[in-house]
Structure formats: C-alpha cells, structure tokens
Ligand binder design. Structure first.
Ligand SMILES: [Zn+2]
Length: 106
C-alpha cells in the first residue's frame, strides 16, 4: 500500500461512509503513518488504516488543505503531524496568542 509513496509525502485517510447506522456521526480525517511498525497501515494517532468489511478505508492522496465535506481533522493526527513537521511550537504559539477556545470540541 505504501511502497510507491515517496518519502515525505503526506497522505490522509478516513473510514468510508456506511449509510444507515453510522450516518450523521462525525467522521475524522486521519494522517497516514508512513514509517514505524505499520507503514501505510495506521494513522499517526494509532487508528488502523486498513479496510475491513464494515469499514472500508478511503485514501486522500495527497493530504488536502481542508477535509472533504462532512469530515473533520483527527486532532491527534494533526498534533503529531505538526510535531513531525517541526511546526508544533508555531501552532502552540498561535493558539496561546488566541487565548480562548470557542465553543465545545466534539
Ligand atoms: Zn487520527
């Protein structure tokens, strides 16, 4: 799955939409881990990224600037990604400058 991915490439994934039972549930867009124990097989947050009969996985390659309609970024994946990209201080500083959180985070 990840053999043809060039180093440094950032890919995202989400579980496929399954109409019915999980419809309306917030779906998270994760970042695929390309190294470590399961390269291309799990999110930076540890969530499995392989297709099962109940949850097909949809790869978004390359990572989009904003999640597709109906999806939200996985906060754990984005935090890890910011760290790996050497941007976590920048993100933290930006958030600290804002000083407040608007609304509740689902
Ligand atoms: Zn994630």
């Amino acid at each position: 799955m990840s053999s043809d991915v060039s180093p440094g490439r950032i890919r995202a994934y989400h579980s496929g939409y399954t109409p019915g039972r999980r419809a309306g549930q917030v779906q998270r867009l994760h970042i695929i881990r390309e190294d470590g124990k399961f390269p291309g097989r799990q999110g930076l947050c540890g969530q499995p990224a392989w297709t099962t009969t109940k949850a097909p996985v949809v790869i978004v390659d390359p990572m989009p600037a904003v999640p597709p309609e109906g999806l939200r970024w996985c906060p754990l994946c984005i935090g890890h990604l910011a760290d790996r990209c050497g941007r976590i201080e920048e993100v933290a500083a930006t958030l600290a400058a804002d000083g407040t959180v608007e609304g509740s985070v689902p």
